[in-house]
Design a protein around this ligand. Structure first.
Ligand code: KIV
Ligand code: ZN
Length: 403
């Protein structure tokens, strides 16, 4: 089932059916992961960078949670231009919604995002509420939020483990009370892509008013399926994606912004959607977050990891030198790297070695010298994990001098 041709939204006006809204929650869900907290100045820098990256909605924090959170949402609302600024609130607490409204007051475009659990497990053990009470709170919470701003999002926490008929009733109540974005989180990262596609398809088919709202996906990564589940949600009709830079977030994290955006861009044949992200800035923003939080991304992380465009094996290096598309499915420049890197190690081949020597300013070596230098390089690479440019310079200098 395809999404309706266009939709009108208070913050975005008329939106094309294939435009996917990028909702970044690095500063809220991302910051909730142990060791990742940021101070006010750091959050302001990140918010600025996210807006420049082309993020549509920045979830800046949870104002009722602490004075510091209130202050950072308030300062981001005052200073960050170009994106909708969003604050989180519990559906059940009028205090939460009032705090969110106050913190957001200076923003040009503001969203209150309210949430309550809807799964049997959460309602019984966490909320200790009957389903009918949850339904009543969805109505009062969204009505209260809508009195403070036109742009209201409601989330069914643990939505992916919610009983389908009850989920439909909750979503219907939220829409009737004025929510215009409906988010169905896979809060504990339990769902599969098939589950998420089915849930969004069902809601869009069954809930009255579903054609007037934007459905949103928010997938955690406990089974490593966050990005796959997000793409499946879009197939099911979700047109907002909630994600974080570098995939940071509670436990195993949230779906990674850079991976989703590049999957859509690279596989546009299967995912014919657009986003407003300036992909050439992805690496810069990823590095800014890593520096601020002091957590490096793992070297093999897709898109932004140190090895994402690095090639060490001789066969791969030879291929990349002949035509980069042999081993690269997107260009490094498209996400902010200056070029692919041919890492010199024991798996490297003669072609990459020759290329490296040229790049180091030695021009073409005659065949005998090249062969000699290459065999000495291989000996060195067997002894050393990584061969640095300085090692190669020393080696070729010797070669040029000795002969
Ligand atoms: O994972 C989750 O359910 C959340 C909600 C608050 C949206 O982060
Ligand atoms: Zn979450």
């Amino acid at each position: 089932m395809s999404a309706s041709p266009t939709i009108t939204h208070p913050s975005f006006g008329t939106i094309d059916a294939n435009r996917v809204i990028i909702f970044d929650t690095t500063l809220r869900d991302g910051e909730q992961s142990p060791g990742f907290s940021m101070n006010l100045a750091e959050k302001l820098r990140m918010a600025e960078a996210l807006a420049a990256l082309g993020v549509d909605v920045i979830e800046a924090g949870f104002p009722v949670a602490s004075k510091g959170d209130f202050e950072s949402v308030n300062q981001i609302a005052r200073n960050t231009k170009g994106a909708v600024i969003c604050a989180l609130a519990r559906t059940g607490g009028p205090k939460d919604i009032i705090a969110a409204g106050e913190a957001l007051a200076p923003a040009e475009r503001k969203r209150i995002h309210n949430f309550i659990s809807t799964s049997p497990l959460h309602m019984k053990y966490k909320l200790r509420m009957e389903p009918e009470t949850v339904l009543e709170l969805i109505t009062t919470g969204n009505t209260a939020a809508r009195n403070l701003t036109d742009d209201v999002e409601w989330s069914a926490e643990d939505g992916s483990r919610t009983e389908p008929d009850f989920l439909c009733r909750c979503v219907e109540a939220a829409i009737k009370a004025g929510a215009n974005t409906i988010n169905i989180p896979d809060t504990v990262g339990y769902a599969t892509p098939e589950d998420m596609e089915r849930i969004f398809t069902m809601l869009r088919e069954r809930v009255p008013g579903a054609d007037r709202v934007i459905f949103s996906a928010h997938n955690h990564n406990d089974l490593g399926l966050g990005v796959a589940n997000t793409l499946a949600s879009v197939r099911g009709g979700a047109r907002q994606i909630e994600c974080t830079i570098n995939g940071i977030g509670e436990r195993a994290g949230n779906a990674a912004l850079e991976e989703i955006v590049m999957a859509i861009r690279t596989r546009n044949d299967q995912y014919p959607y657009t986003t407003g992200i300036h992909t050439q800035s992805l690496l810069k923003v990823s590095r800014m977050l890593a520096t601020i939080t002091s957590f490096d991304v793992q070297p093999n992380k897709a898109i932004v990891g140190r090895n994402a465009f690095a090639h060490e094996s001789g066969i791969h290096q030879d291929g990349v030198l002949k035509n980069a598309a042999t081993y690269e499915i997107m260009t490094p420049e498209s996400v902010g790297w200056s070029r692919s890197s041919l890492v010199m190690g024991k798996h490297s081949g003669r072609a990459a070695f020759r290329d490296k020597i040229k790049a180091l300013g030695y021009g073409e070596l005659e065949d005998a010298k090249l062969n000699d230098a290459f065999s000495r390089f291989k000996d060195l690479a067997d002894r050393k994990k990584v061969v640095y440019d300085e090692d190669i310079v020393a080696l070729v200098d010797d070669e040029v001098r000795d002969h």
